[in-house]
Ligand binder design. Structure first.
Ligand code: NAD
Length: 281
Protein backbone atom coordinates (compact mmCIF):
# COMPACT_ATOMS: atom_id res chain seq x y z
CA UNK A 1 0.00 0.00 0.00
CA UNK A 2 1.23 3.47 -0.85
CA UNK A 3 0.94 5.84 2.08
CA UNK A 4 0.42 9.20 0.40
CA UNK A 5 2.70 11.55 2.30
CA UNK A 6 0.91 14.90 2.12
CA UNK A 7 3.79 16.67 3.87
CA UNK A 8 6.22 15.50 1.21
CA UNK A 9 3.93 16.30 -1.75
CA UNK A 10 3.23 19.74 -0.22
CA UNK A 11 6.96 20.39 0.28
CA UNK A 12 7.59 19.50 -3.39
CA UNK A 13 4.80 21.84 -4.49
CA UNK A 14 6.19 24.66 -2.32
CA UNK A 15 9.63 24.12 -3.84
CA UNK A 16 8.17 24.36 -7.38
CA UNK A 17 6.28 27.52 -6.39
CA UNK A 18 9.41 29.05 -4.88
CA UNK A 19 11.21 28.64 -8.19
CA UNK A 20 8.25 29.99 -10.11
CA UNK A 21 8.02 33.06 -7.82
CA UNK A 22 11.71 33.70 -8.47
CA UNK A 23 11.16 33.52 -12.22
CA UNK A 24 8.14 35.84 -11.98
CA UNK A 25 10.21 38.29 -9.95
CA UNK A 26 12.85 38.39 -12.69
CA UNK A 27 10.25 38.73 -15.43
CA UNK A 28 7.93 41.32 -13.86
CA UNK A 29 10.10 42.87 -11.16
CA UNK A 30 7.42 42.10 -8.57
CA UNK A 31 6.17 39.11 -6.60
CA UNK A 32 2.65 37.77 -6.01
CA UNK A 33 1.06 39.06 -2.80
CA UNK A 34 -1.39 37.32 -0.47
CA UNK A 35 -3.52 39.30 1.97
CA UNK A 36 -5.41 37.47 4.70
CA UNK A 37 -8.13 39.15 6.76
CA UNK A 38 -8.53 37.63 10.21
CA UNK A 39 -11.48 38.66 12.36
CA UNK A 40 -11.60 37.81 16.06
CA UNK A 41 -9.26 35.70 18.13
CA UNK A 42 -10.49 32.11 17.70
CA UNK A 43 -7.50 29.87 18.38
CA UNK A 44 -7.81 27.53 15.34
CA UNK A 45 -8.14 30.49 12.95
CA UNK A 46 -5.09 32.15 14.52
CA UNK A 47 -3.08 28.96 13.97
CA UNK A 48 -4.28 28.52 10.36
CA UNK A 49 -3.43 32.12 9.53
CA UNK A 50 0.01 31.89 11.16
CA UNK A 51 0.75 28.76 9.09
CA UNK A 52 -0.49 30.43 5.91
CA UNK A 53 1.74 33.46 6.54
CA UNK A 54 4.77 31.28 7.29
CA UNK A 55 4.31 29.16 4.15
CA UNK A 56 3.73 32.26 1.98
CA UNK A 57 6.99 33.78 3.20
CA UNK A 58 8.80 30.51 2.65
CA UNK A 59 8.01 30.50 -1.09
CA UNK A 60 8.84 34.20 -1.44
CA UNK A 61 5.33 35.65 -1.68
CA UNK A 62 4.60 39.05 -0.22
CA UNK A 63 2.20 38.33 2.61
CA UNK A 64 0.13 40.51 4.86
CA UNK A 65 -2.39 39.76 7.63
CA UNK A 66 -5.02 42.36 8.49
CA UNK A 67 -6.46 41.71 11.95
CA UNK A 68 -9.79 43.03 13.22
CA UNK A 69 -11.52 42.50 16.56
CA UNK A 70 -14.72 40.42 16.39
CA UNK A 71 -16.73 43.58 17.07
CA UNK A 72 -15.69 45.08 13.72
CA UNK A 73 -18.58 46.34 11.59
CA UNK A 74 -19.36 44.44 8.38
CA UNK A 75 -19.13 47.59 6.28
CA UNK A 76 -15.53 48.25 7.42
CA UNK A 77 -14.54 44.75 6.27
CA UNK A 78 -16.32 45.16 2.92
CA UNK A 79 -14.64 48.55 2.37
CA UNK A 80 -11.24 47.03 3.10
CA UNK A 81 -11.90 44.19 0.61
CA UNK A 82 -12.84 46.75 -2.07
CA UNK A 83 -9.61 48.64 -1.36
CA UNK A 84 -7.61 45.39 -1.71
CA UNK A 85 -9.46 44.53 -4.94
CA UNK A 86 -7.97 47.73 -6.42
CA UNK A 87 -4.50 47.31 -4.95
CA UNK A 88 -2.12 46.09 -7.65
CA UNK A 89 0.35 44.68 -5.13
CA UNK A 90 -2.32 42.23 -3.87
CA UNK A 91 -2.79 39.12 -6.03
CA UNK A 92 -4.91 37.06 -3.64
CA UNK A 93 -7.38 37.92 -0.87
CA UNK A 94 -8.58 35.45 1.74
CA UNK A 95 -10.99 36.14 4.57
CA UNK A 96 -10.46 33.47 7.22
CA UNK A 97 -13.70 31.64 8.08
CA UNK A 98 -15.71 31.27 10.25
CA UNK A 99 -16.85 34.87 10.69
CA UNK A 100 -18.65 36.46 13.67
CA UNK A 101 -22.40 36.04 13.33
CA UNK A 102 -23.13 39.70 12.51
CA UNK A 103 -21.00 39.50 9.34
CA UNK A 104 -22.65 37.99 6.27
CA UNK A 105 -20.28 35.33 4.91
CA UNK A 106 -21.81 35.29 1.42
CA UNK A 107 -21.60 39.09 1.13
CA UNK A 108 -17.92 38.91 2.07
CA UNK A 109 -17.21 36.13 -0.46
CA UNK A 110 -19.00 38.01 -3.23
CA UNK A 111 -17.20 41.29 -2.49
CA UNK A 112 -13.79 39.75 -3.19
CA UNK A 113 -13.12 40.11 -6.92
CA UNK A 114 -13.16 36.65 -8.57
CA UNK A 115 -9.72 37.53 -9.98
CA UNK A 116 -8.23 37.55 -6.44
CA UNK A 117 -10.45 34.89 -4.87
CA UNK A 118 -7.75 32.44 -3.76
CA UNK A 119 -10.29 30.30 -1.86
CA UNK A 120 -12.31 29.70 -5.04
CA UNK A 121 -15.58 30.41 -3.21
CA UNK A 122 -16.90 33.27 -5.40
CA UNK A 123 -19.96 32.16 -7.44
CA UNK A 124 -18.12 33.19 -10.63
CA UNK A 125 -15.27 30.78 -9.84
CA UNK A 126 -17.72 28.06 -8.80
CA UNK A 127 -19.51 28.50 -12.14
CA UNK A 128 -16.28 28.58 -14.14
CA UNK A 129 -15.09 25.38 -12.48
CA UNK A 130 -18.34 23.58 -13.22
CA UNK A 131 -18.26 24.81 -16.84
CA UNK A 132 -14.69 23.55 -17.22
CA UNK A 133 -13.21 27.07 -17.61
CA UNK A 134 -10.12 28.46 -15.94
CA UNK A 135 -10.86 29.37 -12.31
CA UNK A 136 -9.55 29.43 -8.77
CA UNK A 137 -10.35 26.05 -7.19
CA UNK A 138 -10.98 25.58 -3.43
CA UNK A 139 -7.66 24.63 -1.83
CA UNK A 140 -8.58 21.34 -0.11
CA UNK A 141 -10.12 19.56 -3.14
CA UNK A 142 -7.32 20.94 -5.32
CA UNK A 143 -4.81 19.34 -2.93
CA UNK A 144 -6.71 16.02 -3.07
CA UNK A 145 -6.76 16.17 -6.86
CA UNK A 146 -3.00 16.77 -7.09
CA UNK A 147 -2.33 13.82 -4.77
CA UNK A 148 -4.60 11.50 -6.79
CA UNK A 149 -2.81 12.57 -10.00
CA UNK A 150 0.55 11.70 -8.42
CA UNK A 151 -0.66 8.14 -7.90
CA UNK A 152 -2.63 7.78 -11.15
CA UNK A 153 -1.81 10.31 -13.88
CA UNK A 154 -4.47 8.97 -16.26
CA UNK A 155 -7.86 9.05 -14.56
CA UNK A 156 -9.96 8.70 -17.70
CA UNK A 157 -12.81 6.21 -17.24
CA UNK A 158 -12.13 5.64 -13.54
CA UNK A 159 -15.10 5.42 -11.22
CA UNK A 160 -14.88 7.96 -8.39
CA UNK A 161 -17.16 8.13 -5.38
CA UNK A 162 -17.19 11.35 -3.38
CA UNK A 163 -18.61 11.06 0.12
CA UNK A 164 -20.03 14.44 1.24
CA UNK A 165 -21.50 17.20 -0.94
CA UNK A 166 -20.24 20.38 0.71
CA UNK A 167 -19.44 23.46 -1.37
CA UNK A 168 -16.02 23.46 0.26
CA UNK A 169 -15.03 19.87 -0.58
CA UNK A 170 -17.41 17.39 -2.19
CA UNK A 171 -18.85 19.52 -5.00
CA UNK A 172 -15.58 21.03 -6.31
CA UNK A 173 -13.92 17.60 -5.98
CA UNK A 174 -16.64 16.21 -8.23
CA UNK A 175 -15.96 18.87 -10.87
CA UNK A 176 -12.20 18.29 -10.82
CA UNK A 177 -12.60 14.55 -11.38
CA UNK A 178 -15.28 15.02 -14.04
CA UNK A 179 -12.83 17.23 -15.92
CA UNK A 180 -10.42 14.27 -15.84
CA UNK A 181 -13.12 12.08 -17.48
CA UNK A 182 -13.88 10.07 -14.36
CA UNK A 183 -17.39 8.73 -13.84
CA UNK A 184 -18.30 10.47 -10.62
CA UNK A 185 -20.94 9.60 -8.03
CA UNK A 186 -21.53 12.15 -5.30
CA UNK A 187 -22.98 10.69 -2.11
CA UNK A 188 -24.31 12.32 1.06
CA UNK A 189 -26.28 11.78 4.26
CA UNK A 190 -29.41 10.65 2.36
CA UNK A 191 -27.61 8.14 0.12
CA UNK A 192 -29.40 4.79 0.45
CA UNK A 193 -26.49 2.33 0.44
CA UNK A 194 -23.20 4.12 0.92
CA UNK A 195 -21.21 0.91 1.31
CA UNK A 196 -22.46 -0.43 -2.05
CA UNK A 197 -21.60 2.89 -3.76
CA UNK A 198 -18.10 2.92 -2.27
CA UNK A 199 -17.47 -0.68 -3.28
CA UNK A 200 -17.81 0.36 -6.95
CA UNK A 201 -15.10 3.00 -6.67
CA UNK A 202 -11.59 3.11 -8.09
CA UNK A 203 -11.19 6.39 -6.19
CA UNK A 204 -12.91 7.37 -2.95
CA UNK A 205 -12.72 10.87 -1.49
CA UNK A 206 -14.27 11.06 1.98
CA UNK A 207 -15.18 14.57 3.23
CA UNK A 208 -17.87 14.06 5.83
CA UNK A 209 -16.73 14.77 9.37
CA UNK A 210 -17.69 11.35 10.83
CA UNK A 211 -14.78 9.46 12.44
CA UNK A 212 -13.81 6.30 10.52
CA UNK A 213 -17.07 6.15 8.52
CA UNK A 214 -15.51 4.37 5.52
CA UNK A 215 -14.66 0.82 6.60
CA UNK A 216 -12.28 -1.76 5.15
CA UNK A 217 -15.09 -3.84 3.61
CA UNK A 218 -16.45 -0.74 1.81
CA UNK A 219 -13.33 -0.47 -0.32
CA UNK A 220 -12.52 -2.33 -3.54
CA UNK A 221 -9.06 -3.88 -3.74
CA UNK A 222 -6.50 -1.41 -5.12
CA UNK A 223 -8.73 1.66 -4.82
CA UNK A 224 -7.16 5.07 -4.14
CA UNK A 225 -8.62 6.52 -0.94
CA UNK A 226 -8.32 10.17 0.06
CA UNK A 227 -9.36 11.09 3.60
CA UNK A 228 -10.31 14.75 4.03
CA UNK A 229 -11.90 14.35 7.47
CA UNK A 230 -10.37 15.83 10.59
CA UNK A 231 -12.17 14.59 13.69
CA UNK A 232 -11.07 15.15 17.27
CA UNK A 233 -11.74 12.00 19.31
CA UNK A 234 -10.55 10.72 22.67
CA UNK A 235 -7.99 8.70 20.69
CA UNK A 236 -6.65 11.85 19.05
CA UNK A 237 -7.21 13.12 15.50
CA UNK A 238 -8.80 10.65 13.12
CA UNK A 239 -10.12 10.90 9.60
CA UNK A 240 -13.36 9.79 7.95
CA UNK A 241 -11.68 6.54 6.88
CA UNK A 242 -10.91 3.56 9.17
CA UNK A 243 -7.20 3.74 8.44
CA UNK A 244 -6.03 0.34 9.74
CA UNK A 245 -8.74 -1.63 7.91
CA UNK A 246 -8.64 0.34 4.67
CA UNK A 247 -4.82 0.28 4.46
CA UNK A 248 -5.10 -3.52 4.03
CA UNK A 249 -7.16 -3.25 0.80
CA UNK A 250 -6.41 0.11 -0.79
CA UNK A 251 -3.67 0.73 -3.34
CA UNK A 252 -2.99 4.17 -1.85
CA UNK A 253 -4.31 6.06 1.18
CA UNK A 254 -3.76 9.44 2.84
CA UNK A 255 -3.09 9.46 6.60
CA UNK A 256 -4.71 11.84 9.10
CA UNK A 257 -2.88 13.94 10.08
CA UNK A 258 -0.20 14.40 7.43
CA UNK A 259 -2.30 13.76 4.31
CA UNK A 260 -4.72 16.29 2.89
CA UNK A 261 -4.06 18.98 5.55
CA UNK A 262 -0.55 20.05 4.45
CA UNK A 263 -1.67 20.19 0.81
CA UNK A 264 -4.45 22.67 1.59
CA UNK A 265 -2.04 25.49 2.49
CA UNK A 266 0.35 24.66 -0.36
CA UNK A 267 -2.61 24.96 -2.75
CA UNK A 268 -3.49 28.37 -1.32
CA UNK A 269 0.00 29.51 -2.34
CA UNK A 270 -0.49 27.92 -5.77
CA UNK A 271 -3.79 29.77 -6.19
CA UNK A 272 -2.07 33.06 -5.26
CA UNK A 273 0.67 32.50 -7.85
CA UNK A 274 -1.94 31.51 -10.46
CA UNK A 275 -4.03 34.65 -9.75
CA UNK A 276 -0.87 36.76 -10.19
CA UNK A 277 -0.06 35.08 -13.51
CA UNK A 278 -3.61 35.59 -14.81
CA UNK A 279 -3.45 39.28 -13.79
CA UNK A 280 -0.30 39.78 -15.90
CA UNK A 281 -1.91 38.39 -19.06
P1 NAD B 1 -19.74 19.64 5.87
O1 NAD B 1 -20.26 19.39 7.23
O2 NAD B 1 -19.95 20.96 5.21
O3 NAD B 1 -20.33 18.53 4.88
C1 NAD B 1 -20.40 17.19 5.26
C2 NAD B 1 -21.06 16.40 4.16
O4 NAD B 1 -21.12 15.04 4.58
C3 NAD B 1 -22.50 16.83 3.85
O5 NAD B 1 -22.63 16.97 2.45
C4 NAD B 1 -23.37 15.67 4.32
O6 NAD B 1 -24.45 15.39 3.44
C5 NAD B 1 -22.39 14.50 4.27
N1 NAD B 1 -22.74 13.48 5.26
C6 NAD B 1 -23.08 13.65 6.56
N2 NAD B 1 -23.35 12.45 7.13
C7 NAD B 1 -23.17 11.53 6.18
C8 NAD B 1 -23.28 10.12 6.15
N3 NAD B 1 -23.65 9.43 7.22
N4 NAD B 1 -23.02 9.49 4.99
C9 NAD B 1 -22.65 10.18 3.89
N5 NAD B 1 -22.51 11.51 3.87
C10 NAD B 1 -22.76 12.17 4.99
O7 NAD B 1 -18.20 19.24 5.93
P2 NAD B 1 -16.90 19.77 5.15
O8 NAD B 1 -16.69 21.21 5.42
O9 NAD B 1 -16.91 19.29 3.73
O10 NAD B 1 -15.78 18.96 5.96
C11 NAD B 1 -15.75 17.55 5.99
C12 NAD B 1 -14.61 17.08 6.84
O11 NAD B 1 -13.40 17.54 6.25
C13 NAD B 1 -14.59 17.63 8.27
O12 NAD B 1 -14.08 16.64 9.12
C14 NAD B 1 -13.62 18.79 8.20
O13 NAD B 1 -13.00 19.05 9.44
C15 NAD B 1 -12.62 18.27 7.19
N6 NAD B 1 -11.87 19.29 6.46
C16 NAD B 1 -10.54 19.08 6.30
C17 NAD B 1 -9.79 19.99 5.59
C18 NAD B 1 -8.33 19.72 5.40
O14 NAD B 1 -7.59 20.63 5.05
N7 NAD B 1 -7.89 18.49 5.60
C19 NAD B 1 -10.38 21.12 5.05
C20 NAD B 1 -11.75 21.30 5.20
C21 NAD B 1 -12.49 20.37 5.91
Amino acid sequence: MILIDGKKVAAELREELKQEVNELKTKYNKVPGLTVILIGDMAPSQIYVRNKEKSANEVGLKSEVIRYPDTIEEKTVLEKIKELNNDESVSGILVQLPLPRHIDKQKVIETITPLKDVDGFHPMNVGNLSSGYESSVPCTPLGCYLMIKKIEPNLSGKKAVIVGRSNLNGKPMTQLLLKENCTVTITHSRTKDLKAECLEADIIVAAVGIPELVKGDWVKKDAIVIDVGINKTENGLVGDVAFDEVSKVAKALTPVPGGVGPMTIACLLKNTVDCFKRSQK
